[in-house]
Write a protein that binds this ligand. Structure first.
Ligand code: R5P
Length: 324
């Protein structure tokens, strides 16, 4: 009997996305027991043989962050000991990526630690989406297929006829400028930046917006909405600067703490995110639109398995001229 070309496992951080990916690939998710004992220790057992197979495991580093990461590490150990040919990890949301440098003395670099841990256990490839900083790829010595959600998020504005001369993409802080410029190019829009410097502002209120936003419809673009504070503070600055309509866009909806109520009570008209993180029922709200990234993940797995290029997954069919 010829074994299947590859097997896909889901460890439970985002079952909906994993199911969608498997459906697009027309492949059944392989089965595994994942249990937690009363003291929270994790037990896993892969049901069928993976001997000699290429294994893809889908697991985001999402809340509960440390448990979900440990589940991934335990799976890798099980698959390696069961003689999988390759272990490829698909991480829709790479938690801890914000810890990518020593900003102050005696701080760790946790993204690097995670890369070391994955590699040391025999992972052969990482497929992930919108890392906090592109440079995190360099923490690995194995291939990292770094997918981007800009084509999918940008398509929302094309599909809903929201483009126009009065559209401006705004970075909520200086660190997000390059992302905002690319998205603006994709949407044929202008770009601007909110002068938000947390280290200097005790009251966390930016004074000014650099760029022309008065009388415009603004898209605030960040990589993560965590507590919602950055979006809220930036939206206040934009309202004060005279924008007429406001969208908040981000690949990853962490939505911790009081993010939902902050966004609900803000001037933001629509919050557009992907399904890289599963948003539970309790955190759904009317303004929230989730765009699926199952397609790029499925396509990446298919092409990696077939040793084909993934370059054109990183382009937007809406605007092929722009390099994202
Ligand atoms: C920070 O470096 C990130 O790019 C985001 O701006 C940040 O994680 C957003 O967090 P919050 O929603 O808590 O302001």
């Amino acid at each position: 009997m010829t074994p299947p070309e590859y097997q896909i496992f889901s460890l439970g951080s985002n079952p909906q996305l994993a199911t969608e990916i498997a459906q697009i690939l027309d492949i059944e998710l392989s089965t595994i027991d994942v249990k937690q004992f009363a003291d929270n220790e994790i037990y896993e057992r892969i049901h069928q043989t993976v001997r000699g197979r290429d294994v893809y495991v889908i697991q985001g580093i999402t809340e509960p962050v440390n448990d979900n990461f440990m589940k991934l590490m335990i799976f890798i150990d099980a698959a390696r000991r069961a003689s999988a040919r390759t272990i490829n990890v698909v991480i829709p949301y790479f938690g801890y990526a914000r810890s990518d440098r020593k900003a102050r003395s005696r701080e760790p670099i946790v993204a690097r630690l995670i890369a070391n841990m994955l590699e040391s256990q025999g992972v052969k490839r990482v497929i992930t989406l919108d890392l906090h900083a592109d440079q995190v790829q360099g923490f690995f010595d194995i291939p990292v297929d770094h997918l981007i959600s800009m084509p999918a998020l940008g398509h929302y504005f094309y599909a809903n006829q929201l483009l126009g001369d009065d559209l401006v993409v705004v970075a909520p802080d200086h660190a997000s400028v390059s992302r905002a410029r690319k998205f603006a190019k994709l949407l044929h829009a202008e770009w601007a930046v909110v002068d938000h410097r947390t280290e200097e502002k005790v009251n966390n209120k930016p004074d000014s917006v650099t760029g022309n936003v008065k009388g415009k419809r603004a898209i605030l673009l960040d990589d993560i909405i965590d507590t919602g504070s950055s979006m809220m503070v930036a939206s206040q600055a934009l309202v004060a600067a005279g924008v007429t309509e406001l969208y908040a866009v981000a690949p990853h909806a962490v939505l911790s703490d009081h993010a939902v109520s902050k966004l609900e009570n803000s001037a933001i008209k629509r919050v557009l995110v992907t399904n890289s993180i599963e948003v539970p029922e309790t955190k759904q709200f009317n303004k929230l639109t989730q765009i699926s990234v199952a397609e790029p993940f499925a396509e990446a797995i298919k092409r990696v398995a077939a040793c084909e290029s993934i370059e054109d997954i990183l382009k937007s069919p809406d605007n092929l001229d722009v390099k994202l």
